[in-house]
Design a protein around this ligand. Structure first.
Ligand code: GFB
Length: 315
């Protein structure tokens, strides 16, 4: 990408998109187009086609998606499959028709099989059954990957696919039911500290292992890949460090300074037992995630606290 290239950032209001918007601006990219959901509903084919036809971006980051944690995936399977299929189908096809030079599609580590050997190598996609709690979301993401591959093969497009591990960061959703585990735990431990509660309930057994990457590192990796990676094969984007949910809860507890007990609620789902990506391909190409889990959680908590202060001053 040149600094004045016309770049369309789909999903700029989300966790990844907002980090990307900041990263691109800091990097001197000055010709970025964004559209709010109200201005452009990416599920509407005709609207997406006319937007691309009019704007003709050169580069596209496809970070728009319906996302959520394990409970949201279980409770809204229809939205997770429909919204994601519709958004990515419209954007990828319109990008091809408008002659976009390069597109980066954000896929997900959920695409790997439930019993995948760890760390998960790119070649393992579609090698076994999926984890049932997020199968509709995973199926949609697999279709996005296959659609990019098909267009590259038939139309010689340059549509690349980054397979993203669990991301977190300042623009997260901190409400506990639908959110991912890190923002959920930040919200829970913070409220318990303020109210002086004796214990915090963490879902599941505490045994599942997850890998986390800070949203700013995802943004760095995405720009790096857009500028250097031209292979139709998917590439993993993660930190490469796995932690158990128990270890994670202790890190969040420590950062927040909560003194009570942590109790595991085994009536809640664990999800996939282990999900850690093999990031050797990305690292060998020259990109390494730089923000440690402790550092990222501290930054996220600081943002959460400043948002809480603003909300409290309005109450
Ligand atoms: O982040 P999370 O919802 O998603 O949950 P997944 C990760 C683990 O944290 C699970 C445990 O084992 C949960 O049981 N956990 C403990 C909690 N306490 C909580 C809590 O308060 N809230 C939440 N949410 N979890 C997601 C997919 O799977 O992975 C998404 O469902 C997405 O579609 C994401 O792809 C990357 O890692 O299980």
């Amino acid at each position: 990408m040149e600094k004045d290239s016309k770049i369309y950032l789909a999903g700029d209001n989300g966790l990844i998109g907002s980090a990307l918007a900041g990263f691109l601006k800091k990097g001197g990219y000055g010709n970025i187009i964004t559209k709010s959901r109200r201005q452009l509903d990416l599920r509407r084919q005709a609207d997406v086609e006319s937007f691309f036809d009019k704007e003709r971006p050169e580069y596209v980051f496809l970070a728009a998606a319906r996302v959520g944690g394990i409970a949201a995936n279980i409770n809204y399977p229809a939205e997770f499959i429909y919204d994601n299929l519709a958004i990515q189908t419209n954007v990828i096809n319109s990008a091809y028709k408008a002659g976009v030079k390069k597109l980066l599609f954000f896929a997900s580590a959920c695409m790997y099989p439930k019993n995948c050997p760890q760390p998960m190598q790119e070649s393992r996609i579609l090698s076994g059954e999926l984890e049932p709690t997020n199968e509709p979301y995973a199926m949609a993401k697999i279709c996005g990957l296959k659609m990019c591959e098909a267009y590259n093969r038939q139309y010689k497009t340059n549509f690349i696919c980054a397979v993203l591990t669990n991301a977190y960061g300042c623009k997260d959703d901190f409400q506990t039911e639908d959110s991912h585990v890190i923002p959920a735990l930040i919200g829970k431990f913070h409220r318990a500290k303020i109210s002086g509660a004796d214990s915090v309930s963490v879902w599941g057994s505490g045994k599942p292992e997850r890998e986390f990457i800070f949203a700013d590192d995802v943004a760095g990796a995405a720009v790096f890949l857009m500028n250097t990676y031209n292979d139709p094969a998917p590439i993993n984007v993660g930190s490469g460090r796995g932690v158990s949910i128990k270890e994670l809860s202790l890190i969040v507890k420590e950062v927040i300074g909560y003194k009570g007990e942590v109790v595991f609620d085994s009536s809640k789902p664990d999800g996939i037992p282990r999900k850690v990506l093999d990031v050797s391909k990305l690292n060998t190409l020259g990109f390494k995630a730089g923000v440690s889990l402790e550092e990222g959680i501290k930054k996220t908590y600081e943002t959460f606290q400043s948002q809480e202060e603003i909300l409290n001053s309005r109450r």
